[in-house]
Design a protein around this ligand. Structure first.
Ligand code: UDP
Length: 236
């Protein structure tokens, strides 16, 4: 499998076409951005870690019945994935209050909630990914009713699988972001990444943040936190 044409360069990844019209190659970068691109930097080794962690977790999810875009890990920072059109919705799953939810509701970070919360954001950088609800999604035809039902079902199941798996590794899954895509035959599958860039991971013992908040908030030890996640998940 080879990269042919670069289709897209995002904040953290590049996407290439391949000789197979149904397969793309994703190449992960060390570049990091936060606050809708206002803060920029690099996190050494992040591309490799996010690639390996994402593939590991996608493999786990596949084994538990979640359809994903994963095809094959090609190298430490490149992976072949199924070609999809991304559903323009960011799905946020929240177990514990943090980040923007803490600000919005005036609740301290770390507040437990009695149920898991699902939020949807409209994927639009120029608008700053505004939060939307099921009615906006239907009114703007962002996803069909059937797709949205599946998105919610998969997202709750993914949360259960990941929370349990990570808890056993001493990691609390606070919240995370998912993206879904449609293959050329219209099948809805999980796409994008699941990594310390897109999840909040807190050490269960110490509460130490092991994710991108260390970069966003200048907490230091950013590279070490990413490395710690790789070590706990893949043992390397
Ligand atoms: N998130 C993400 N991409 C985004 C926005 C959020 O991956 O564009 C993830 C973020 O890492 C966190 C969760 O989604 O794990 C919830 O983020 P929140 O809404 O609290 O926004 P933040 O405070 O990260 O801006």
């Amino acid at each position: 499998m080879h990269k042919i044409v670069q289709l897209y360069e995002g904040k953290a990844k590049k996407v290439f076409t391949t000789e197979d019209s149904e397969v793309y190659i994703v190449s992960y970068k060390d570049d990091a951005t936060a606050f809708n691109g206002e803060k920029k930097g690099t996190i050494a080794g992040k591309g490799v870690i996010n690639n390996l962690v994402t593939n590991h977790l996608m493999g786990l999810l596949e084994s538990k019945g979640i359809p994903t875009h994963f095809v094959k890990e090609l190298s430490d920072n490149e992976t072949a994935v199924k070609k999809v059109t991304i559903v323009p919705i960011e799905v946020i799953v929240r177990n514990i209050v943090a980040g923007s939810l803490s600000k919005r509701l005036g609740l301290p970070e770390g507040t437990k909630m009695s149920k898991t919360v699902l939020e949807y954001c409209y994927k639009d950088d120029a608008l700053g990914d505004p939060m939307i609800n099921e009615y906006h999604i239907a009114a703007l035809d962002l996803a069909t009713e059937d797709e949205l039902k599946k998105i919610a079902e998969y997202s709750f199941k993914i949360n259960e699988i990941l929370s349990e798996y990570l808890h056993d590794l001493g990691i609390e899954l606070i919240d995370f972001k998912l993206e879904y895509g449609r293959t050329s035959d219209g099948t809805l599958i999980l796409a994008d990444e699941i990594s310390p860039d897109t999840c909040r991971f807190w050490d269960t013992e110490t509460g130490k943040k092991l994710d991108k908040d260390r970069f966003r908030r200048d907490l230091g030890d950013v590279e070490d936190a990413y490395k710690e996640i790789l070590k706990r998940l893949l043992g390397k």
